[in-house]
Design a protein around this ligand. Structure first.
Ligand SMILES: [Zn+2]
Ligand SMILES: [Zn+2]
Length: 328
């Protein structure tokens, strides 16, 4: 049954007022975020090498892949934040829970962090923190330990169906503690080595990786499209497409924010999209949004010199979609 949330675009949660400003604000240190990031990174750096084992490394790779791909990219970003496809409540909960295990924030915190940046980047000008404008290490400090306190922020309203959901309220309150049952399990099965690699190394690599991609994907790279009259452009980082499960095609995401598919052009492997296609085959994902069946963004331009974008095949048969129309 379609709900209010299915109609919500990420940008609609940030409501601009006449005095809203994306530039006027101060960067403040956020102790909880900073101490969390520092302690896990420190544990990973100090104890990671000493507790290395191939089994622990395999645990790190598998748990990172599952939490980043199914959790962060598909669950939190494409589903909860952008509603780029529909699924059952049970599947949605599993995917968003896996996203919480990345260790970045709870569902409401993730929605806010994403949407305030998205809103700011869509204005004519925005604060340098939201644009990733400072040099490498200064940006690392800002993004992983601080936040901007805007003096006149937009009004932030999460759709009722999400904000009043008791499961989301629970994992929002306990997102850091959600590591504990897994920490206990890993320690029980594989001792210190599994605990360090399955929790501290995984979370600190995920946090640092997320910042790195955000840093470069807003500064330079391949661009298939540009958007006029906005403060910040997004860029594709093809070298990182595979390990980010498609999230590194961030230029495409700026061009088509609602699209469930991020790797749009030839050679852009997008494993998050592959997972969504798998859910579609199982009947667990429907009403999938793609560039071909959503409204183009205002000011969207194909970058000069790029050949025309040719939509590829899709498993859906949406009414009015050019892909479906061309199918025999
Ligand atoms: Zn962006
Ligand atoms: Zn997004």
């Amino acid at each position: 049954m379609p709900s209010v949330a299915t109609q919500t675009l990420s940008t609609e949660r940030m409501i601009s007022g006449p005095t809203s400003s994306a530039t006027d604000g101060d960067v403040i240190w956020v102790p909880s975020k900073s101490i969390w990031t520092c302690s896990l990174t420190l544990i990973a750096l100090v104890f990671g090498p000493a507790t290395f084992g191939w089994d622990a490394f395999a645990l790190f790779v598998v748990t990172t892949a599952v939490t980043i791909c199914a959790g962060h990219s598909v669950g939190m970003h494409r589903l909860l934040i952008h509603r780029s496809f529909q699924t059952s409540k049970a599947v949605e909960y599993i995917l968003v829970y896996l996203g919480t295990l990345v260790g970045m924030a709870g569902p409401f915190g993730m929605i806010h962090a994403h949407d305030i940046r998205d809103w700011a980047q869509r204005q004519h000008e925005c604060h340098p923190l939201h644009a990733h404008r400072r040099w490498f290490l200064a940006d690392a400090w800002w993004q992983m330990h601080c936040a901007v306190k805007l003096r006149q922020p937009p009004t932030f309203v999460i759709e009722k169906v999400v904000r009043e959901d008791q499961f989301y309220q629970f994992i929002e309150r306990t997102w850091m503690a959600q590591q504990l049952p897994w920490a206990a399990l890993f320690f029980f099965v594989g001792g210190w080595s599994w605990l360090v690699w399955g929790i501290a190394v995984r979370v600190s690599v995920s946090l640092t990786g997320h910042w790195l991609i955000g840093h470069f994907a807003h500064r330079r790279g391949h661009q298939g499209w540009s958007v006029d009259n906005v403060a910040v452009q997004g860029y594709n980082l093809p070298a990182f497409g595979l390990v980010t499960f498609g999230e590194a095609f961030h230029g495409n995401h700026h061009a088509f924010p609602q699209s469930a598919r991020l790797g749009l052009e030839r050679g852009q492997i997008d494993l998050g999209w592959t997972l969504i296609q798998g859910l579609m085959v199982l009947g667990l994902a429907k009403e999938v949004k793609l560039p071909e069946n959503t409204q183009p963004r205002d000011g969207l331009r194909r970058v000069a010199g790029e050949e025309a974008y040719v939509p590829r095949t899709c498993l859906q048969t949406c009414k009015g979609c050019p892909i479906s129309a061309g199918r025999t």
